[in-house]
Design a protein around this ligand. Structure first.
Ligand SMILES: *Cc1c(COP(=O)(O)O)cnc(C)c1O
Length: 406
């Protein structure tokens, strides 16, 4: 973690409403814009480009904080870290194909890519003097929040749907947050958080309702550029719930181009959802700019069970501008893909990661993507956090053993 030991300048100039472009001051606590939309952090990229070269950056250790100048935290003392590594690109030739790699985010602290967003949001909250945070979660975001907030001494209260995977609820509690199971979905939990925030009880850390999680998630796009030798892949398949990562990567590519570090070529962005909860796919297909709430949302891929996303228009815009699509895959295809990847390539994905593999296979079949194209799939959490298929075989060591049958 040598990247965080020296104080380096940061280049944040202001924040901007993602819908209206209205300007907001940096270094102040913000939630949504006055238009009720996410705020985006803006940087002085000219000054940054003058002070840091691509080669100087490439020479740094490859953790998340190597991107410090492109991130919002002002003072090194406010940086928090549990060891946010650059995640590897793992080829999956047998289950995916010769040109398919998985960016394996399951290796991050707390076992999911929520660590990227929350390390940034918590560090910035600390910098801005926040002492109490509440958040709705499907599991992984709450775990990452709990871990980082505990580390800097911020109090956290987390609300999750009552059918959130048990391991998530327990890891949230184990890492020092107060966690409540709510009889509803994530947006119902979000309503409770919003009510408490309006009463001044805590700061609202819902997806995209504070500006800095996007900045953390943006590092996925920065890493992809660096890992590809400053050339981006042809297509990216991203499991889309709130869409923070997809929006963040799109923003990263734009910033890198304005720095002159990459060209204008962009990957086609495929937003992958489960057919039991596919509001973005429905809006994409209908040509809409916003997505209506998906009723009775249900899927094994809990991380993308998000019936309504406040950044819907940003997801749809990025997908359309990139020439990509929003794609839905069913739970059976998701589970089949997880099984396939584990059995054939030895990589245990989470169901949301499996959804991207299932969507990729479908896209090859329908001709959306060519097998020659360089494709990145996102495995967003370790498969170990999820229920695994049973393995019921036992052996009595006192009885005769039929070695041929083993
Ligand atoms: C949160 C989450 C997602 C969705 O990520 P967004 O950037 O919010 O769309 C996908 N998979 C897993 C495992 C998650 O925890």
């Amino acid at each position: 973690m040598t990247n965080i030991t020296t104080d380096r300048p940061t280049f944040v100039t202001h924040l901007e409403c993602s819908l209206t472009g209205e300007r907001y001051e940096a270094d102040q606590l913000h939630g949504l814009s006055r238009a009720g939309r996410p705020l985006l952090v803006r940087y002085d990229l000219d000054a940054m480009g003058a002070s840091l070269s691509r080669d100087a950056l490439a020479a740094r250790e490859t953790d998340l904080w190597r991107w410090r100048e492109l991130l919002p935290v002002r003072h090194t003392a406010n940086i928090v870290s549990l060891g946010e590594i650059e995640t590897p690109l793992i080829p999956i030739p047998r289950s995916g194909g010769a040109n398919v790699v998985v960016k394996d985010e399951g290796r991050l602290p707390t076992g999911s890519f929520k660590a990227r967003g929350l390390v940034m949001a918590v560090a910035t909250a600390k910098e801005l003097g926040v002492t109490k945070i509440a958040m709705p979660t499907n599991g992984n975001a709450g775990a990452a929040l709990a871990a980082y907030a505990t580390r800097v001494g911020i109090e956290t209260i987390v609300f999750c749907p009552d059918d959130t995977p048990e391991v998530n609820v327990r890891e949230i509690a184990a890492q020092g947050a107060r966690v409540w199971r709510v009889n509803g979905l994530i947006d119902d939990c979000g309503a409770i958080v919003g009510k408490g925030a309006a009463e001044g009880r805590w700061f609202d850390f819902s997806t995209l309702k504070e500006p800095y999680r996007i900045e953390g998630k943006k590092t996925m796009g920065l890493e992809l550029a660096a890992q590809g030798g400053w050339t981006l892949p042809d297509a990216i398949f991203y499991p889309t719930g709130g869409g923070t990562g997809l929006i963040g990567m799109w923003k990263a590519f734009d910033e890198l181009e304005r720095l002159g570090w990459i060209g204008s070529a962009r990957p086609r962005m495929y937003a992958v959802q489960a057919s039991g909860c596919a509001p973005i796919v429905r809006a994409f297909e209908a040509g809409e700019e916003h997505a209506e709430r998906w009723e009775d949302a249900s899927t094994v891929a809990a991380g993308i069970r998000v019936p309504r996303a406040v950044g819907d228009f940003l997801i749809l815009r990025a997908v359309r501008e990139s020439g990509g699509q929003a794609l839905a895959v069913g739970d059976p295809a998701i589970l089949q893909a997880v099984d396939d990847c584990a059995r054939k390539d030895g990589l245990l994905m989470c169901p949301e990661g499996g959804a991207t593999l299932a969507a990729y296979k479908q896209a090859v079949k329908t001709g959306l993507v060519d097998e020659d194209e360089r494709v990145v799939l996102f495995n967003c959490a370790t498969g170990l956090k999820y229920p695994l298929p049973p393995a019921p075989w036992t052996l009595d060591r006192h009885a005769p053993i039929d070695f041929d049958a083993l």
